[in-house]
Write a new protein. Structure first.
Length: 131
Protein backbone atom coordinates (compact mmCIF):
# COMPACT_ATOMS: atom_id res chain seq x y z
CA UNK A 1 0.00 0.00 0.00
CA UNK A 2 1.06 3.57 -0.75
CA UNK A 3 0.88 6.00 2.21
CA UNK A 4 -1.99 8.50 1.93
CA UNK A 5 0.29 11.57 1.79
CA UNK A 6 2.25 10.06 -1.13
CA UNK A 7 -0.98 9.14 -2.95
CA UNK A 8 -2.25 12.68 -2.57
CA UNK A 9 0.95 14.20 -4.01
CA UNK A 10 0.75 11.76 -6.94
CA UNK A 11 -2.91 12.39 -7.74
CA UNK A 12 -3.23 16.16 -7.32
CA UNK A 13 -1.35 17.16 -10.51
CA UNK A 14 -3.93 15.21 -12.54
CA UNK A 15 -6.64 17.49 -11.19
CA UNK A 16 -5.21 20.30 -13.35
CA UNK A 17 -5.40 18.26 -16.53
CA UNK A 18 -7.05 19.91 -19.51
CA UNK A 19 -9.07 16.71 -19.90
CA UNK A 20 -12.20 16.83 -17.69
CA UNK A 21 -12.33 13.03 -17.52
CA UNK A 22 -8.78 12.89 -16.14
CA UNK A 23 -9.68 15.58 -13.59
CA UNK A 24 -12.77 13.69 -12.52
CA UNK A 25 -11.01 10.33 -12.22
CA UNK A 26 -8.19 11.89 -10.20
CA UNK A 27 -10.69 13.57 -7.88
CA UNK A 28 -12.58 10.34 -7.29
CA UNK A 29 -9.39 8.37 -6.74
CA UNK A 30 -8.15 10.98 -4.30
CA UNK A 31 -11.39 10.79 -2.36
CA UNK A 32 -11.59 7.02 -2.30
CA UNK A 33 -7.96 6.38 -1.49
CA UNK A 34 -6.70 9.13 0.73
CA UNK A 35 -9.84 10.38 2.41
CA UNK A 36 -11.35 7.04 3.23
CA UNK A 37 -8.18 5.27 4.29
CA UNK A 38 -6.62 8.00 6.34
CA UNK A 39 -8.74 11.15 6.53
CA UNK A 40 -6.48 12.89 9.06
CA UNK A 41 -3.37 12.43 6.90
CA UNK A 42 -5.31 13.43 3.79
CA UNK A 43 -6.51 16.68 5.36
CA UNK A 44 -3.06 17.45 6.74
CA UNK A 45 -1.48 16.87 3.31
CA UNK A 46 -4.03 19.10 1.62
CA UNK A 47 -3.45 21.80 4.24
CA UNK A 48 0.30 21.57 3.65
CA UNK A 49 -0.23 21.99 -0.08
CA UNK A 50 -2.51 24.95 0.59
CA UNK A 51 0.39 26.56 2.50
CA UNK A 52 2.94 25.80 -0.21
CA UNK A 53 5.10 28.64 -1.49
CA UNK A 54 4.38 27.42 -5.02
CA UNK A 55 1.32 28.99 -6.60
CA UNK A 56 0.95 25.92 -8.82
CA UNK A 57 0.56 23.70 -5.75
CA UNK A 58 -2.03 26.00 -4.24
CA UNK A 59 -3.96 26.16 -7.52
CA UNK A 60 -3.94 22.36 -7.78
CA UNK A 61 -5.11 21.83 -4.24
CA UNK A 62 -8.13 24.08 -4.86
CA UNK A 63 -9.37 21.66 -7.50
CA UNK A 64 -8.74 18.68 -5.23
CA UNK A 65 -10.60 20.30 -2.36
CA UNK A 66 -13.64 21.07 -4.49
CA UNK A 67 -13.76 17.47 -5.72
CA UNK A 68 -13.69 16.10 -2.17
CA UNK A 69 -16.89 17.84 -1.12
CA UNK A 70 -16.06 17.45 2.56
CA UNK A 71 -16.42 19.94 5.43
CA UNK A 72 -12.66 20.08 5.95
CA UNK A 73 -12.18 20.84 2.26
CA UNK A 74 -14.63 23.74 2.43
CA UNK A 75 -12.74 25.18 5.41
CA UNK A 76 -9.44 25.06 3.49
CA UNK A 77 -11.07 26.58 0.39
CA UNK A 78 -12.35 29.43 2.54
CA UNK A 79 -8.85 29.98 3.88
CA UNK A 80 -7.43 29.94 0.32
CA UNK A 81 -9.94 32.63 -0.68
CA UNK A 82 -7.59 34.96 1.21
CA UNK A 83 -4.46 33.72 -0.58
CA UNK A 84 -1.88 36.37 -1.57
CA UNK A 85 -2.16 35.25 -5.20
CA UNK A 86 -5.25 36.68 -6.89
CA UNK A 87 -5.68 33.66 -9.20
CA UNK A 88 -5.72 31.28 -6.21
CA UNK A 89 -8.29 33.54 -4.52
CA UNK A 90 -10.43 33.63 -7.64
CA UNK A 91 -10.32 29.87 -8.19
CA UNK A 92 -11.12 29.19 -4.53
CA UNK A 93 -14.11 31.52 -4.63
CA UNK A 94 -15.27 30.06 -7.94
CA UNK A 95 -15.20 26.53 -6.50
CA UNK A 96 -17.02 27.62 -3.35
CA UNK A 97 -19.66 29.31 -5.50
CA UNK A 98 -19.96 26.21 -7.69
CA UNK A 99 -20.54 24.05 -4.61
CA UNK A 100 -23.07 26.56 -3.29
CA UNK A 101 -25.03 26.46 -6.55
CA UNK A 102 -25.69 22.71 -6.14
CA UNK A 103 -26.59 22.15 -2.48
CA UNK A 104 -28.67 19.10 -3.36
CA UNK A 105 -25.44 17.31 -4.33
CA UNK A 106 -23.82 17.89 -0.94
CA UNK A 107 -24.00 16.06 2.35
CA UNK A 108 -25.61 18.06 5.19
CA UNK A 109 -22.27 18.56 6.98
CA UNK A 110 -20.75 19.98 3.78
CA UNK A 111 -23.72 22.33 3.27
CA UNK A 112 -23.34 23.52 6.85
CA UNK A 113 -19.59 24.16 6.40
CA UNK A 114 -20.30 25.93 3.11
CA UNK A 115 -22.95 28.19 4.68
CA UNK A 116 -20.48 29.10 7.43
CA UNK A 117 -17.72 29.80 4.87
CA UNK A 118 -20.00 32.01 2.78
CA UNK A 119 -21.09 33.95 5.86
CA UNK A 120 -17.44 34.50 6.81
CA UNK A 121 -16.43 35.54 3.31
CA UNK A 122 -19.43 37.84 2.93
CA UNK A 123 -18.64 39.48 6.25
CA UNK A 124 -15.04 39.97 5.14
CA UNK A 125 -16.27 41.16 1.71
CA UNK A 126 -14.06 38.66 -0.07
CA UNK A 127 -16.96 36.85 -1.73
CA UNK A 128 -18.66 39.43 -3.89
CA UNK A 129 -17.26 40.12 -7.33
CA UNK A 130 -14.11 38.03 -6.98
CA UNK A 131 -15.15 34.79 -8.64
Amino acid sequence: DVPADVAIRMLIPFLDSSDPRTQSLAGRALFRYAFQYDRVVAVRSLENMARSREVRDRMSVVTALAELRAPEAVDILCWLAGDPDFEVQKRSLRELRRLHEHPDQLEPAVRQALDKAIATLSRDRRWIGRA
